[in-house]
Design a binder for this molecule. Structure first.
Ligand SMILES: Nc1nc2c(ncn2[C@@H]2O[C@H](COP(=O)(O)OP(=O)(O)O)[C@@H](O)[C@H]2O)c(=O)[nH]1
Ligand SMILES: [Mg+2]
Ligand SMILES: [Zn+2]
Length: 329
């Protein structure tokens, strides 16, 4: 990992953990804690794990947040339109799926949309290869759902993670449901048990995910790895433009339809439908694409409504202020 250049008199720092009131950062001379910046209006503007900061040389405080190369983010809990940053400056998103049961293809497509939308490159990692009789078949099952992605299989429990060695000099983030084997992959890449594994130890007595684990680790290969808490259902948010990449083969076909506004239901000259009929494209891919498209459109409308409401509140507050300031007649 190389520290980026910063202005004279400042010190570069990598944000390794975010707390409500403070940040854990890594500087060229070691770890330290600095006070958190006040929350900006746009939640995606808030510094997050993986962000590069510039600190004052003499006082432990953040002076600048350096521009990001990528930002992985998700919609927050159902019922809100706001987005939450997960990790910044990520090169590769490792999407972990366990081979211990049926492959969650719909969840994979959702994770891929999120990952492509971040500006990073997704890689599909099939974990727990020891629990699967036919790993080759599993890879072949995944490939049509991950166009343009590399799909690899690992068995982290026995340290077989060689398929990930091309990435260990990069900034990596792990995405996957709780229990997918993410922490075990981290331990195998680190060569020591730095993360607690198992579903039980990841949550506290009340079934909540604990946040006491370390979120960012320096890899022996020179890279950085970020472990996210298990994300079972990630919601997408309006700013996501990853759908076109996650469904690139469907979008390519759609652009070849006779009508520009083709809905791919029964229109003549529909390239998507012909491909399904020819058996080249799965109907489930088309359905998943439509569903995520609708979800994104819905989130976009919601964000619009929220922004309008915020603007009108601001406007009312301003005009009230002006009335108060206006000379009384
Ligand atoms: N058989 C087998 N079990 C694994 C493997 N990797 C992880 N596990 C088990 O799967 C469970 C969840 O793993 P963990 O790494 O904690 O998943 P996380 O919630 O995604 O971080 C644990 O009980 C691990 O021991 C593997 O390669 N093979
Ligand atoms: Mg874990
Ligand atoms: Zn069409």
């Amino acid at each position: 990992m190389l520290f980026p250049p910063v202005r004279d008199g400042l010190v570069p720092a990598l944000l390794t953990r975010v707390d409500r009131t403070r940040y854990d950062v890594l500087t060229p001379t070691g770890f330290l804690q600095v006070p958190a910046l006040p929350s900006p209006r746009d939640p995606l503007g808030a510094p997050t794990v993986g962000d590069w900061l510039a600190l004052a040389r003499l006082a432990p405080e953040v002076v600048e947040v350096l521009p990001r190369t990528s930002l992985l983010s998700r919609g927050t809990a159902k019922g809100t339109s706001k987005a939450q940053p997960l990790a910044a400056n990520v090169d590769v998103v490792l999407i972990c799926l366990g081979l211990s049961g049926p492959l969650p293809l719909r969840r994979l497509e959702r994770f891929l949309t999120l990952a492509w939308g971040s500006g990073a490159t997704p890689v599909v990692v099939l974990t727990k290869a020891d629990l699967c009789d036919d790993v080759g078949a599993a890879v072949r099952e995944v490939l049509p759902h991950a166009p343009g992605c590399e799909v690899v299989a690992v068995c982290a429990a026995t340290g077989e993670v060689g398929a990930l060695s091309p990435y260990t000099a990069s900034t990596l983030v792990l995405l996957g449901a709780s229990g997918a084997g993410k922490s075990t992959v981290v331990n195998a890449l680190m060569g020591s048990d730095v993360m607690s594994t198992g579903d039980i130890r990841d949550v506290d007595g009340k079934g909540r995910h604990t946040t006491t684990h370390r979120e960012l680790l320096l890899l022996p290969g020179g890279g950085v790895i970020i472990d996210t808490p298990g994300l079972r259902g990630v919601s997408l948010h309006a700013a996501d433009d990853g759908l076109a990449l996650a469904f690139s083969e469907v979008e390519d076909l759609a652009s070849a339809c006779r009508f520009a506004d083709c809905r791919h239901i029964s229109e003549p000259g529909c390239a998507v439908l012909s491909s399904v009929v020819a058996g080249d494209l799965g109907q489930d891919r088309v359905d998943a694409w439509r569903k995520l498209q609708r979800e994104l459109a819905f989130q976009a409308r919601r964000t619009d409504v929220r922004l309008r409401a915020e603007e009108s509140r601001l406007w009312k507050a301003r005009s009230k202020e002006q009335r108060a300031r206006a000379p009384k007649r």
